[in-house]
Design a protein around this ligand. Structure first.
Ligand code: ZN
Length: 403
């Protein structure tokens, strides 16, 4: 049955920035057929009519970076820098995986929360502690499938021993703790690649294309170079995104120089994985050469300003990246580093924090990137395809048309 949304204020965010104080939207087979004044007038067939007078209809927001396994930790794990925070977030000596039911419930919890605020799509970098199990993966993916949201999800899994992820930690740790980390469960690269093939085969493009897959190394220093490259090959072969956290903290800048002789961005480039499918997460401690490599690669950068401030990681050079032509999107990251789950406040903070990075206010498109200027970023109009959502917070999400 067709759906007609009547009398909504419509923000199209199209190239001409067309805005309708009052308009109708005609939806057929889950896609927008017509939009404008009175377009649904004279509609002959049966239709479900939704009057949205006084409400706003606009493209749905896209949460460009997220870790759903932390969905039950709202307001927890506060005030620690990333390296300490991660000991609690991803305990290196954890032994028990989440059940299918727990994974399903916690995934749906975020999906519902996000849909209610107008987020219609999510990129979830799902880590599995201590290692991925078929049950937990099925819980996450079926949670998204059942919720109605569009989701792209990875299997984020490190395959090196914990102390190798940090500079100097191997020398600093007592031998007994080092041995326990050596003995902690890890999945070999071959087994992970086989798991990924099954995962992509089962979920990629399923549920009418609403559920998608991506690969993730977590971060370059958290995997072997062979696995880092093999995931790049998998991403190329299947045409799916490749998520990687790079230079989130100053310590990672030190680690790159210590372990690889230069920046982790250059390392990713040299390993052949920095391309248009790469989603580089954070990119805070980058220099001019890194920005040039990011821009040349055609990759996207996921900006998580609240997370970056909450755990004191730093301020991403947003304006320099944007001026270099790097594709940017916004992310919540995860609920403990946001104290909640709200992409609108992420956009607001992004719109405010970067005003103070340079005294020149006429840098991009003739003005500051204020809160309003960032709306297209949050909807993925700069990067990913958006979905239209009729606001009112109680109506159902409208299935999408790609813009
Ligand atoms: Zn993250």
């Amino acid at each position: 049955m067709d759906i007609i949304i009547e009398n909504a204020r419509v923000l199209t965010l199209d190239d001409d920035d067309t805005e309708y104080p009052e308009a109708d939207i005609l939806i057929r087979d889950g896609r927008i057929q017509a939009l404008g004044h009175g377009v649904a007038r004279g509609h002959g067939g049966a239709a479900r009519v939704i009057d949205r007078r006084g409400k706003l209809a606009m493209p749905g927001l896209i949460n460009g970076h997220f870790h759903s396994p932390m969905n039950l930790f709202k307001g927890a794990l506060v005030d620690m820098p990333l390296e300490l925070y991660m000991l609690f977030e991803v305990p290196p000596l954890a032994e028990t995986a989440a059940s299918r039911e727990l994974a399903h419930t916690r995934t749906q919890l975020a999906a519902v929360d996000l849909l209610r605020q107008g987020v219609t799509a999510i990129h979830d970098d799902v880590f599995y502690v201590p290692v991925p199990t078929d049950e937990e993966i099925d819980g996450v993916m079926s949670g998204y499938a059942d919720s109605g949201i569009r989701a792209t999800a990875t299997i984020n899994q490190s395959n090196v021993v914990e102390y190798a992820k940090y500079p100097y930690l191997a020398e600093l740790l007592p031998p007994e703790l080092r041995q326990r980390m050596d003995a902690a469960p890890r999945v070999e690269a071959d087994a992970m690649l086989a798991l990924y093939e099954r995962y992509i085969g089962q979920w990629e493009g399923s549920h009418g294309g609403r559920i998608r897959t991506a690969v993730s190394c977590s971060a370059p220093q958290r995997v072997t170079p062979e696995y880092f490259r093999a995931l790049g090959e998998l991403s190329r072969r299947h045409g799916i995104p490749y998520q990687m956290h790079i230079l989130e903290t100053k310590l990672q800048r030190v680690l790159g120089r210590d372990k690889y002789g230069h920046s982790l961005i250059r390392y990713a480039h040299e390993q052949g994985v920095l391309d248009e499918r790469a989603v580089v997460i954070h990119a805070i401690w980058i220099d001019d050469a890194d920005i040039e490599l990011l821009a040349r690669s055609g990759c996207s950068v996921a900006h998580n300003p609240i997370s970056n401030l909450k755990i004191g990681s730093g301020v991403m050079p947003f304006r320099r990246l944007r001026e270099a032509g790097v594709n940017l999107c916004l992310g919540i990251d995860e609920v403990p580093v946001d104290d909640g789950m709200n992409l609108w406040t992420v956009g607001k903070v992004a719109g405010l924090i970067h005003k103070i990075s340079d005294p020149e206010y006429r840098m991009v498109y003739g003005s500051w990137w204020g809160v309003v200027g960032l709306v297209p970023l949050g909807t993925g109009l700069v990067g990913w395809c958006p979905a239209y959502l009729p606001f009112g917070f109680s109506t159902c999400a409208v299935k999408n048309r790609a813009v």
